[in-house]
Design a protein around this ligand. Structure first.
Ligand SMILES: Cc1cc2nc3c(=O)[nH]c(=O)nc-3n(C[C@H](O)[C@H](O)[C@H](O)COP(=O)(O)OP(=O)(O)OC[C@H]3O[C@@H](n4cnc5c(N)ncnc54)[C@H](O)[C@@H]3O)c2cc1C
Length: 485
């Protein structure tokens, strides 16, 4: 089964740092055990005859199924197949695992799908991306992205050497490749990824050539250090059912003179070309499509938890609670509608690849930054103090105060034990370190939401909306309404 193969492949000498120590074996460390067991089970779905058609497809001339993130969609059915696979893994993980590599795989698939046109950027591009795409697909590579430069001083620029030296840059070229130095943040899933897709989110100038690059970097590259945040994994599954299995680790990457072989240097030295690749519509639409399909599962999950909490304490009859529960349903419907619109309005690109309509996906990503924090707020308002009244563990149900536990924790519609379990799950979702990380994630994973909204305004054809306003005022000033007799 490929889940086990995936786990074994992680013992490859990578340098992962957690709590001041280098992690000897990722798969044996308690911080990663639950998450890796979740990923192993997901990978195994590709080998399960009952499930593999939901998750994967048979690439031409290849026997085992490949994950559908690698499927280049030319037809509506193939686009739907991609969507189904994202929805399936998301449903299995309640939308709580966003970087199961299907996002980064989709970027690679998009660059591969648009390779002929992108070859105009660099004569080696088509050859390199084709070789890499086939390798990643055929070896089930787990991929993630790291595109943000370290938060040193956001008011500064590359003219400041404090910033220029720390942002990832090329220090020299060799026969074998380029040597890069600097840092990248944030790479979710970094400790258990195979390769990082690296580029910059910033718009560099022509003079910043050494900072302009698009790279694919193996996680076990000598000199690459993966520096993890604090682990939120909690082995006490009954207390923290989500933290126990879904802690996608976030990390910063330090590149201490890392050699990136030429075959993995997709672009280098030309800021304009890097920007053109980064803005490629085919790749962005295929990848961002995964984001919003996954997001539906997460909204459905938090809505389900909120409904269950409301029922368990008998508050569903109150009008303002019903209004809030209804609001959660509208959130789901809005994002679902945008997913459907993006798929039904998909159009072929120059190569015939069926590309989901990006404007709807971008809208879902932008508005989604407000939906999830609002959903968390609603769950807090519905559950009140119940989240912190839950006892420290369910063990008390089996000890000397068992009778009292059953008496005082009883709910309106559920037993005391079930109600405690439910509130612990809800607290894990909104109050635990993992829960706080998820709220932050939904605000920022798609970039800075403030600037995304501002860009939408700045790039919009405003005359279309403003001209009718001035026309109406012009007509009004002339008094064109004929008297009604
Ligand atoms: C949990 C989590 C997981 C993530 N996972 C990944 C991942 O796997 N891969 C990846 O590539 N990225 C990932 N990200 C990173 C994410 O893309 C960035 O956090 C996001 O783009 C925001 O950038 P920043 O954090 O550097 O914030 P900053 O850009 O530093 O912004 C901080 C504040 O300053 C303001 N600000 C900063 N600069 C400007 C400016 N020039 N003009 C106006 N306002 C400004 C912003 O509006 C914001 O309010 C993740 C983020 C989170 C929170």
């Amino acid at each position: 089964m490929r889940g086990e193969r995936f786990l074994q492949s992680l013992d490859d000498g990578r340098s992962v740092w957690l709590e001041g120590k280098r992690v000897e074996s990722i798969r044996q460390h308690p911080a990663f055990r639950g998450t890796l067991s979740t990923i192993r089970d997901l990978f195994d779905t590709l080998d399960d005859p009952a499930l593999r058609d939901q998750v994967g497809y048979k690439a031409e001339g290849r026997e085992p199924y490949a994950h559908s993130a690698f499927l280049v969609p030319y037809t509506a059915e193939q686009l739907a197949q991609r969507s189904r696979s994202f929805a399936f893994w998301s449903a299995q993980t309640h939308g709580m695992m966003s970087r199961l590599s299907d996002y980064a795989r989709s970027i690679v698939t998009g660059w591969y799908a648009a390779r002929r046109r992108l070859n105009e950027l660099d004569p080696g591009f088509e050859r390199k991306i084709t070789a890499y795409y086939e390798h990643a697909r055929d070896h089930d590579l787990f991929l993630t992205t790291a595109i943000i430069d370290p938060q040193i001083d956001r008011s500064g620029s590359l003219d400041d050497s404090r910033i220029a030296d720390r942002y990832l840059h090329v220090v020299r070229e060799t026969e074998d490749g380029i040597i890069v130095r600097g840092a990248k943040m944030i790479a979710t899933g970094a400790p258990y990824t195979h390769d990082f897709i690296i580029y910059s989110f910033l718009k560099f100038e022509a003079k910043d050539a050494s900072h302009a690059h698009v790279l694919i970097v193996p996680a076990n590259s000598p000199g690459l250090h993966i520096v993890c945040r604090e682990s939120f994994a909690d082995a006490r599954e009954q207390n923290h059912p989500l933290s126990a299995r879904y802690d996608e680790m976030d990390a910063v990457l330090f590149f201490d003179d890392v050699l990136v072989p030429w075959e993995r240097v997709l672009l280098y030295g030309d800021a304009e070309k890097v920007l053109a690749l980064r803005a490629n519509r085919t790749a962005n639409a295929l990848a961002f499509h995964q984001n919003v399909v996954r997001y539906v599962a997460k909204l459905e999950f938090i809505t389900g938890v909120t409904f269950a909490v409301a029922e368990s304490i008998g508050v569903t009859g109150f009008l303002h609670i019903q209004e809030k529960l209804g609001e959660l349903l509208t959130q789901i419907e809005v994002i679902k509608a945008l997913v459907i619109a993006s798929e039904t309005q998909a159009k072929p690109d120059e190569s015939g690849v069926l590309v989901p309509e990006l404007s709807y996906i971008e809208t879902a990503r932008s508005i989604g930054t407000k939906f999830y924090p609002r959903a968390v707020e609603i769950l807090q308002q519905v559950g009140g103090g119940g989240f912190v009244q839950a006892p420290s563990g369910v063990e008390d149900f089996y000890g000397p105060i068992s009778g009292l536990m059953h008496l005082y924790f009883e709910g309106a519609a559920v037993s005391a034990e079930k109600k405690v379990q439910l509130f612990k799950l809800a607290w894990d979702l909104i109050g635990s370190p993992l829960g706080a990380r998820h709220e932050l994630y939904e605000r920022f994973y798609a970039g800075d939401p403030m600037r995304a909204y501002a860009n939408l305004y700045n790039s919009f054809d405003k005359d279309r909306l403003v001209d009718p306003v001035w026309r109406l005022l012009k007509e009004t000033s002339k008094g064109r309404i004929a008297p009604v007799l």
